[in-house]
Design a protein around this ligand. Sequence first.
Ligand SMILES: [Zn+2]
Length: 292
Amino acid sequence: MRKTTAMNAETNTETINCPFCDESKSSPWAKENGFTAVKCSVCGLVYVNPRPIQSLIREGVETGIHSNVEHGRTAVVRRVRSNVIRYKKILALMFNDVWSNPREISWLDVGAGYGEIVEAVSALAHLGSRIEGIEPMKPKATRARARGLKISEKYLHDVTEKFDFVSLVHVYSHIPDFRVFLGEIKNVLADNGEFYLETGNIGDLGDSHEVPTELDLPDHLVFAGEHHLTGYLSEAGFSIVEIRRMRKDGIINFAKSIIKKFIGRKVTLAIPYTSRYRSILIRAKLCSLQSA
Ligand SMILES: [Zn+2]
């Protein structure tokens, strides 16, 4: 596929075509922190354009701090215990057949953060299973290890072992080229291995005001819709086992949004149960012919 990239040395940015369909035409969709997210005129993918050059993206991934961003916020936050409880509940349902089978498994969580997924899977998996995470952001990996979790400061392309399951939870938007990344995921999956992906469906939304919170540009670079995610997966030889769509605009989230607004965060207050925003949860299996 043709890739057109125009560098701008003065701003340390590059102008790109749509990362999903390679179309050059797009329209401005949202502005934040001095960056613009555009919507592809053909496939509807939302992506930062121009975006920071690759070396700055890598710097942001490793430190959680973008040196060229106007705002003072960073992506380094803290472990959220309620996330562990939430992930445990979701994964218990979506991988019920795995947990009810008394066999040891191996699971790699990519972009493991503070290790919430590793904790949740460890609580569900059969004793003796190998549950690990990789997290290139040093402060997060260090804190997760201090809590006894097996999280290493690696990139996916540095992993040499094979795993039965690989998960990628709220990491998709950080990845500049998901096609290349899916290839790396296939490289670490065992035969008939499975992939779990969770991200928001911002690419499905018509208007940026429907996004419930900040976009966090340019820390987040790409926002897909459901058809982009399933398109990437089928192109890479995965078959979908299950898709769930979870809304985030219930009463509890409404109350949280009011608090965020009160402390000065940029949030959209919408009437509960009216938003089209969803978390998309996908369980996919690598077809054995493709995994060779
Ligand atoms: Zn496109």
